[in-house]
Design a protein around this ligand. Structure first.
Ligand code: ACM
Ligand code: ZN
Length: 747
């Protein structure tokens, strides 16, 4: 596994038993610290008694210990009379399935367990309890009792290796990290439009052609004009490498569930074997993200091709479930394909949704005959789902709810909480991501069982999973940045146990886990907004003030700026006031430094800063980030992150700005978002009314529109008119477009 976890900082801790909070994440069901009188477990060496330890774990234990910076563990042999207190194991029968218990005292540690997996989980918990006391040169653990078991049986992390490829060593590191937080399913997204990553011996072109692309789009795919990186890019796993990874995962009590995408997201396979598409047309492996019209044809030869592929997949992956994708399948080609239309007619199918249902049904039967179960994204419900197939609900929880009500097993993976390709902070220094906003708190708040399900239906929810789509995650460093610590928050939601309030979770994370991960050179997300104070904006006369919300009284930040705020030291009592400028506006570039990290902010000081805003048209509740957003000196973040903007779900919007007193203005600069893929369009025009009571109308044709408007006025009434309906050929055609506004600069 390389040296990633060597050199972990072992923090010096002297236990004061009375103050002990449980350092284990996910938090165990029960943690009872012993009373003050009980000394902790202390030992120079960690000596394990092999008796009753499952053999598999004996092999992997030294590797697990290394994840926690413990480079050597010792085995007690029968002739050993060393005085070290030992760590012993005891199988339990009749206890709750997958449960374990740890009892720690100064005389030794006893781990009881019901299964290999539960013993493995106990070891992870044990190592999380352990600290190294450097001056005393001993390992220490507080005297305590832990009793624990998981709530959900599917605790998954997914990895898309098609959009960007990750090496065998990187996948193993991903599995190591998963194992520390008791994840037990690795959903390996092996094929997609942009690359086929699994060797199939019967179809060698899948990897000789399908694993490689000649270009990759740069920046966000919705940013125009597009530019391209023309590096030949790709890679794949040989069957031997796949066996190695599956075995490595199994040693860590993780099941690998492969995903072979069909009938959509198939462009890489069709670049290699175009005869299995509807048109037969030769096309290359695309380097653009998105959804493509060319999918597998429903003709028999295509189904047989895929079933041959599954034959080889089944020899490599012993998992009960085989994931066949099924998401985002345009029916465009099927509608004009003679083969697909003939099939539809012969089978008496109503429409192409039923054709997709037939396609998935064929795979389901094929897998069932071979003792496996099919799983697919929630689109496989459309047109009817065959009994026994399981659903992974990603477009919200609705698909999962419907499936559970029909008696299908479900894994919940809604975009709202489980898409770790979304942004995790509002900082403008975040690396480019696909969009969305899924901060740590939100992940922690995830509940896999929706309240719509009855007690009888709830057991169909196997658990949950986070997805790591890698369009915008080109490196392993960035992968860990997007995954951690959000995966730790998810592990708590899936393990269940007794969920602590978010603040308590964050404290344990900050004290025990982030230092360990960073000490192991892992590029985890640790930002100002997460570790240290978050910035709060307030309205003050003629401006705004920035305050910091500190988590404890010893924290502070140093602010430096390009224009005079250098070295301002802020603690919880102080705020930084930014006033409206008297003449020209100038941007303030502010940089914040706190003990953990730095962050930066650009503030545009203009004459409307902190003005009173009245939304005469109310914003949509989900996208109402407050009445200061439009005049807080910050432009809405781009690419859109689902926040920092005020969103209206109507095409006529009226907003009033009250400057507080008659003010000489030179004009306005109005900011809007243009994001057609999310149905967000610019308004077409704005009518401006001021104290003079004379209305003027201006065209809006760009995301930032400057309007010359010399007046002396206190009030500015703005009425925006947008398109009646989204034009044909655009996403959401025929619907009312959204209007998203941010920062109305008053010059
Ligand atoms: C998905 O995110 N298309 C399953
Ligand atoms: Zn066809």
């Amino acid at each position: 596994m390389g040296n990633l976890f060597f050199g972990v900082l072992m923090f010096l801790t002297t236990y004061s038993i009375a103050q002990i909070t449980c350092p284990i994440l996910p938090k165990p069901v029960t943690f009872v610290p012993a009373s003050d009188q009980n000394p902790p477990f202390r030992s120079e060496k960690l000596v394990f008694n092999r008796l009753s330890l499952p053999a598999k774990l004996g092999h992997v234990m030294p590797e697990i210990a290394k994840l926690y910076g413990i480079n050597e563990v010792f085995w007690k042999d029968s002739t050993d009379n060393r005085p070290s207190p030992e760590i012993a194991f005891q199988p339990l029968t009749g206890a709750y399935p997958e449960s374990y218990a740890i009892s720690v005292s100064s005389t030794g540690i006893r781990i009881s367990f019901t299964s290999e997996a539960s013993c493995f989980h106990a070891l992870q918990s044990l190592f999380q309890l352990m600290t190294f006391n450097k001056p005393a040169n001993s390992y220490e653990a507080p005297s305590c009792f832990v009793k624990d078991f998981p709530t959900f049986s599917w605790r998954g992390l997914h990895l898309d290796v098609a959009r960007h490829f990750f090496t065998v060593e990187e996948v193993k590191k991903y599995l190591d990290l998963m194992s520390m937080y008791k994840f037990n399913v690795f959903h390996w997204h092996l094929t997609d439009d942009q690359g086929w990553r699994i060797e199939i011996k019967q179809y060698p072109k899948l990897t000789s052609i399908g694993a490689w692309r000649d270009s990759t789009v740069e920046n966000h795919y919705a940013t125009f004009p597009r530019t391209w990186n023309t590096q030949h890019y790709g890679g794949y796993y040989t069957q031997d490498q796949i066996k190695e990874i599956v075995a490595y995962a199994a040693q860590r009590c993780i099941t690998v569930v492969p995903e072979i995408e069909m009938p959509g997201h198939a462009r890489a396979a069709l670049a290699a074997y175009p005869q299995y598409s509807c048109t037969g047309k030769q096309q290359s492996v695309p380097g653009l993200w998105g959804v493509f019209d060319d999918v597998f044809c429903t003709k028999d030869s295509s189904l047989i091709f895929l079933q041959h592929i599954l034959d080889e997949v089944l020899t490599l992956f012993p998992s009960t479930y085989i994931h066949v994708g099924g998401d985002e399948v345009p029916k465009t080609r099927w509608k004009t394909c003679p083969n697909c239309q003939t099939k539809k007619r012969i089978l008496g199918l109503k429409d192409e949704a039923e054709l997709q249902s037939y396609f998935i049904g064929q795979m389901d039967q094929y897998l069932k005959k071979r003792g496996r179960n099919l799983m697919g994204w929630d689109e496989i419900l459309e047109g009817g789902l065959s009994p026994g197939a399981a659903v992974m609900s990603w477009r919200g929880t609705e698909g999962g709810i419907a499936a559970a009500k029909e008696g299908h097993f479900v894994v919940m993976s809604p975009g709202s909480h489980c898409y770790f390709d979304h942004y995790q902070s509002k900082s403008t220094s975040e690396p480019l991501a696909i969009g969305g906003y899924t901060p740590l708190e939100k992940v922690y708040d995830f509940h896999p069982i929706p309240k719509e399900l009855s007690a009888q239906e709830a057991p169909f929810i196997l658990g949950g999973q986070a997805n790591l789509w890698t369009e915008y995650i080109p490196t392993f460093d960035q992968l860990t940045y997007m995954t951690y610590p959000r995966a730790i928050a998810l592990s708590q939601a899936l393990w269940g146990g007794s969920k602590a309030p978010y603040e308590a979770f964050e404290e344990v994370l900050k004290m025990h886990h982030i230092p360990r991960l960073i000490g192991a050179d892992l590029n985890a997300y640790v930002s100002l907004s997460f570790m240290k104070p978050s910035i709060k904006f307030n309205r003050i006369p003629n401006g705004i003030s920035l305050g910091f919300e500190f988590k404890d009284s010893s924290e502070s930040v140093v602010v430096s700026s390009n224009d005079g705020y250098n070295g301002i030291w802020l603690d919880r009592r102080k705020t930084l006031d930014v006033r409206r400028p008297s003449k020209t506006s100038q941007d303030h570039q502010l940089t914040f430094f706190s003990p953990c990290c730095a962050d930066s902010l650009t503030l545009n000081a203009h004459q409307g800063l902190g003005a009173m805003i009245t939304y005469i048209t109310p914003p949509n509740e989900r996208y109402n980030s407050g009445d200061l957003t439009l005049v807080d000196g910050q432009f809405g973040a781009r690419p859109w992150r689902g926040n920092q903007w005020v969103g209206f779900d109507t095409n006529s919007v009226t907003i009033r700005i009250d400057l507080g007193k008659k003010t000489k203005i030179r004009g306005l600069e109005l900011g809007f978002l243009q994001e057609p893929s999310s149905w967000i369009h610019l308004p077409e025009e704005v009518a401006i009314l001021t104290d003079r009571n004379q209305q003027n109308t201006f065209k809006i044709s760009a995301e930032r529109t400057s309007i010359k408007y010399r007046q002396k006025t206190q009030y500015i009434l703005l009425t925006f008119k947008g398109l009646e309906a989204i034009p044909a050929g655009m996403p959401g055609e025929g619907n009312t477009p959204w209007i998203f506004a941010d920062e109305f600069v008053v010059k």
